[in-house]
Design a protein around this ligand. Sequence first.
Ligand code: CA2
Length: 144
Amino acid sequence: MKVLVLNGPNLQLLGLRKPEIYGRETLQDLCDRLVPVAEELDIVLECRQTNGEGQMVDWIGASAGMFDGLVINAAAYTHTSVAIRDANEAVGLPTVEVHISNIHAREEFRHTSLIAPVCLGQICGLGTSGYEWALRALARHLTA
Ligand code: CA2
C-alpha cells in the first residue's frame, strides 16, 4: 500500500513560527515520526510540501496508479481551491484531509473546506497526531 502525504503553503514553517497554534514539531520531525507508523501499517510513505497550488494539482493528478491513498493538508488552499478539489475528485483516490488546528474554532473563513466533500473524512484540531490517525484510517479503509 502506497500513501502520498501532501502539505500545502507555509507548512514548511511548522515548528518555527506560531507554536501556540501549530506546535513545536517541524515538518521534517513530523514526516520522520510517520515512518514507523507507516511501517507498522504496511504502508510505503512519501511526504511532500509545496507552496504552489498548481504543483499540488499536478501531484494529485499524477498520483493515479502510483499511490493507493492520499493524506492532504492543503493549508490555506483548503478554503479557496476549486482546482485542488477537482483534481482530488478526478483522481478518485481515498483521501483523508488533515488540519493541525481546529479550523472550526478559528476565523469564519477557515470553517469551510472545499476539499472535504470529496474526501473520505476530515481530521482537525488534534495537532500533528492527526496525520497518524489519517494513515490509520486509510489503512483500515484500504484493507476493509
Ligand atoms: O490547521 C491547519 O493545518 C491549517 O491547514 C494550517 C494552514 C491554515 O491556513 C489552515 O486554515 C489550517 C496554515 C499553514 C501555515 O502553517 C504555518 C506554520 C507555522 C507558522 C506559520 C504558518
